[in-house]
Design a protein around this ligand. Structure first.
Ligand code: DGJ
Length: 565
């Protein structure tokens, strides 16, 4: 690129021949061209690391258009059909119990912790042996990785910080509650903690860039894990009290549409929680920004969710973490984070749907970073992708024998993993196409509700009626599936042409409300995708279409063409 920027001495050398005025015109065009090239390349060259040949291929990044989002991997929309391993499965000796589960599941992305205690057991001495092994084995298994930086916060506490951090209370102080009692959560206001965490994270990203800067096996990084503090609304240490008496930062005033004042003046009853959220987010945002300065992968923070309908006071849930009520605070405090992601462990439909809705925002790509691995959760992949998610990932997907029941399954047996695997099995070979459809606003999805057994999806020209637990023949009303296993995903391929992935549901296309027309199913093909190529199996017709498209049992993929007559 630098060679292209060298000035060209004359039109002759540049191959412009002919009359003087044509040569002058040629030189003018060339100058413009060079100016354009230099404008296009300057920002890249300004970041020295990016100008080196290591990053010749495009880095994974989040793209946003018309309020919709895509995770681009190697320049193309990528859908994370994820799986997260158990917390202590981040050791080479355990990976043998990880891969069989991942292979069986047909996941395309695996989330694995990288612990601060593991990479910097002694201050300043780094060990990336596990990361090297993990990346190599992931490549052998042809999956991508998301690394989970377990450091200052892992579910509120510093359990994954090295001993030299978690045992040095003086240098790395903990949060105090209102009564002055110490809680086992590090204070987000402590500069020394930020500096130490940031340094270690920068080393991690530097090493990662060295081993993966070209292949991009690692596509995203989670910075900390379920940050925030249980048992208090904010840090009440003298250092925190002093900051709390100060002014609300300008960026937050702007985001909240407020004018200047102290935290209590500006935010009243929410002041303590917003203050804590600002400081936790600011801390994590600084760590992320420093990591991105050496290797700018997409980065996100995950949330231990509060109950959206009946949240209770901050501290009863993890105060300061990216819960639904402080997403604007996090966005203002941590612009280096691309995504704020919900960890959804409420299996009932009302809660699940509310979480999807609250985290799918124009300023926030939806990514279900964790969800329960019990069978009842499997159906929610359809609603999540229909809500435009860049990915979805059940937790605890390995064969180490641990179960986080009642959050997840009692046991990760064949039937449980098979329920998830059946969905991923059909979705994975067309994941890129689905991600592209979502980015273009041409993807809809739904999961079976608990208390009603019918839903309608509005596709613009057409509506789709979904009936769960309906006989395949006749018009008996739907009664619901016994284990609420139903779901559907619909992508528009062309006008009047749709791709349908469904499970345990009857699907009926109808003209949109107000469109009066005679229509029919012109052609319904069953098949599957193989590396983006459609493989035809058979046509559906007669009993298989007269009462709607009944997709019962295993998920099926159909291409549906509608026509009027
Ligand atoms: C959510 C956390 O983010 C996970 O690391 C794990 O602790 C689960 N909760 C519980 O198994």
């Amino acid at each position: 690129m630098i060679a292209v920027l060298l000035p060209l001495p004359s039109g002759e050398r540049a191959g412009v021949r002919g009359r003087p005025e044509r040569r002058a015109k040629g030189r003018h065009t060339l100058k413009l061209l060079l100016l354009l090239i230099s404008l296009l390349t300057t920002p890249l060259l300004a970041t020295p690391l990016l100008a080196t040949p290591l990053l010749a291929t495009e880095l994974p990044r989040i793209a946003t258009d018309h309020g919709r989002h895509a995770l681009l991997v190697d320049g193309k929309p990528f859908l994370i059909l994820g799986a997260q391993v158990n917390n202590s499965s981040n050791w080479p000796a355990v990976l043998d119990q990880v891969w069989p589960a991942i292979d069986q599941l047909h996941a395309n992305t695996v989330q694995v912790p990288i612990a601060w205690e593991q990479i910097e057991p002694k201050e300043g001495q780094f060990d990336f042996a596990f990361l090297d092994t993990l990346v190599n084995q992931a490549r052998e298994h042809r999956v991508r990785l998301i690394l989970l930086w377990f450091a200052t916060w892992k579910n509120n506490g510093p359990s994954y910080a090295p001993s030299w951090v978690k045992l040095d209370e003086h240098r790395f102080p903990r949060v105090l509650n209102r009564e002055g009692r110490r809680l086992n959560s590090l204070s987000p206001l402590a500069e020394a903690t930020l500096e130490a965490d940031r340094k270690a994270f920068v080393q991690l990203m530097t090493h990662l860039r060295k081993i993966d800067g070209e292949q991009h096996t690692v596509i995203m990084i989670q910075v900390e894990n379920e940050s925030g503090t249980y048992g208090t609304d904010r840090d009440h240490s003298p250092m925190a009290d002093q900051a709390f008496a100060g002014q609300v930062p300008e960026a937050l005033l702007h985001a909240a549409g407020k004018s200047a004042g102290s935290w209590s003046q500006v935010f009243g009853n929410d002041a303590a929680e917003f203050f804590h959220a600002w400081h936790v987010a600011h801390f994590i945002g600084q760590v992320a920004a420093a990591g991105k300065a050496v290797y700018p992968l997409p980065m996100y923070a995950n949330a231990a969710l509060r109950d959206p309908f009946n949240p209770g006071p901050p501290g009863a849930y993890e105060s300061g973490g990216p819960t639904d009520n402080v997403l604007h605070v996090w966005k203002a405090a941590a612009p280096a984070l691309d995504v704020l992601a919900p960890d959804i462990y409420r299996p009932d439909y009302a809660h699940y749907a509310a979480y999807l809705e609250r985290y799918a925002r124009k300023d926030n790509p939806l990514f279900v970073a964790e969800t329960g691995n019990d069978k009842v959760y499997a159906r929610y992949v359809y609603a999540a992708l229909g809500a435009g998610a860049i990915g979805w990932s059940p937790f605890g997907m390995d064969f180490t024998g641990y179960s986080n029941y009642p959050l997840g399954a009692r046991k990760l047996d064949d039937e449980t993993i098979g329920t998830f695997a059946a969905n991923y099995g059909v979705l994975a070979p067309m994941a890129g196409e689905l991600a592209a459809a979502a980015y273009a606003g041409k993807l809809w999805g739904a999961s079976e509700p608990d208390d009603t057994h019918e839903q309608t999806l509005d596709l613009g020209d057409w509506q789709v009626h979904l009936g769960y637990g309906q006989l395949q023949f006749g018009n008996e009303p739907p009664k619901g599936n016994p284990d609420r296993s139903g779901g559907a995903l619909i992508a528009q391929l062309a006008p009047n042409e749709y791709l349908l992935v469904a499970r345990d549901v009857r699907v009926n296309f109808q003209p949109a409300r107000g469109r009066k027309l005679d229509f029919l199913l012109d052609r319904v093909e069953e098949g599957h995708y193989d590396h983006g190529r459609w493989i035809f199996r058979r046509l559906w017709n007669g009993d298989q279409t007269d009462w709607g498209l009944n997709v019962i049992g295993e998920p099926r993929v159909l291409r549906v063409r509608l026509a009027t007559y």
